[in-house]
Design a protein around this ligand. Structure first.
Ligand SMILES: Cc1ncc(C[n+]2csc(CCOP(=O)(O)OP(=O)(O)O)c2C)c(N)n1
Length: 310
């Protein structure tokens, strides 16, 4: 039994589809953002930069946490892998957080075109989370500090809950793994609650992460050794995710186990950055990109006239 109903579960799925589409649009498109006509070579950005592989997982985590903590004004989210910026940007645009900081990022077609065109574009947005991003206080390009930041943010604020998403590659940094020890210093009733979520998508750039090479048992024992209780979330089903978040545990450590690059044309190590190299010159890749974008049925979630429909 989970604390959210069927309509909220459906809403999470729609939100993830919408944000996934916006990620792909930001990475690839400089025109024809709603696919109102067949995709052409000239619709594709001349220089493709950014990261896809981690983005679907970020969108899943963001949507589930947002629903779970919908009534909690003391809930905060820290994103470790700042290279997943297009996913963060999609969520911030959808909720109007971006428009509050940047009046061009309106929640309509003009704003959608603006965020897509401006991603990784001269004088536009950088490819990683940066101080231009609402709520971002630490440059997002260097991995490792997310958990320490989350503990710091909770210091002296027992009312706060901070969920922190840590990449499995990121957890290989000395800073991230050692930050688990902060529980012994800062866990307790005087400070806020930390919810670490390990994004176990298997790979760091082109090689398997060390944590993906460990068995479930080894990972569980490692997590328990640091004083947390491991809670596994296998796959993308929001019901499973909500069930995990509903568990009442003092020091949870969620392990979100999904496929890197899910929903895209290739997975794991081939999905880390731009999974299609030459859709601006290769007919087959252009078609693959068009099919990929169409797979999200974006017209059910957004239209030029009505705007956001979810
Ligand atoms: C301290 C540091 N070392 C290396 C890098 C280069 N780098 C960028 S992304 C990445 C892989 C990250 O893997 P993971 O944390 O698992 O994220 P995901 O696989 O979800 O993209 C690395 C090593 C970096 N950004 N920061």
């Amino acid at each position: 039994m989970i604390a959210v109903g069927i309509s909220e579960i459906e809403q999470i799925k729609k939100r993830v589809r919408l944000c996934d589409y916006l990620v792909v649009a930001q990475l690839f498109l400089q025109d024809n953002f709603l696919l109102t006509r067949p995709l052409k070579f000239t619709d594709i950005k001349p220089r493709l930069l950014g990261h896809w592989g981690t983005c679907h997982g970020i969108n899943v985590v963001y949507a589930n946490l947002k629903t779970h903590f919908r009534d909690d004004h003391n809930y905060y989210f820290v994103l470790g892998p700042g290279h997943g910026f297009p996913a963060l940007q999609a969520n911030l645009w959808l909720d109007g957080d971006l428009e509050r900081m940047d009046s061009m990022a309106t929640r309509n077609l003009a704003g959608l075109e603006y965020i897509c065109k401006s991603f990784s574009w001269p004088d536009g947005f950088p490819s990683h989370a940066s101080p231009l991003t609402p709520g971002v206080i630490t440059e997002g390009g260097e991995l490792g500090y997310a958990l320490a930041n989350a503990y710091g943010y909770c210091l002296g604020h027992p009312e706060k809950t901070v969920a922190v998403l840590i990449g499995d590659g990121e957890l290989e940094t000395a800073t991230a793994i050692d930050s688990l020890n902060l529980k012994n210093l800062l866990g307790g009733p005087k400070n806020g609650k930390i919810l670490p979520i390990l994004h176990l998508n298997g790979y760091k750039i082109s090689a398997p992460s060390i944590y993906a090479r460990k068995s479930e048992r080894e990972l569980n024992e490692m997590v328990r050794g640091f004083g947390y209780t491991p809670i596994w979330i296998h796959g993308d089903d929001p019901e499973t995710f909500q069930e995990a978040l509903d568990e009442q545990i003092d020091y949870p450590f969620y392990i979100y186990d999904n496929k890197k690059g899910s929903g895209g044309p290739n997975q794991y190590q081939d999905s880390h950055q731009i999974p299609l190299k030459k859709p601006r010159t290769d007919e087959e890749e252009l078609k693959t990109l068009e099919d990929w974008l169409k797979s999200y049925h974006f017209d059910e979630l957004f239209s030029g006239e009505e705007g956001i429909k979810i």
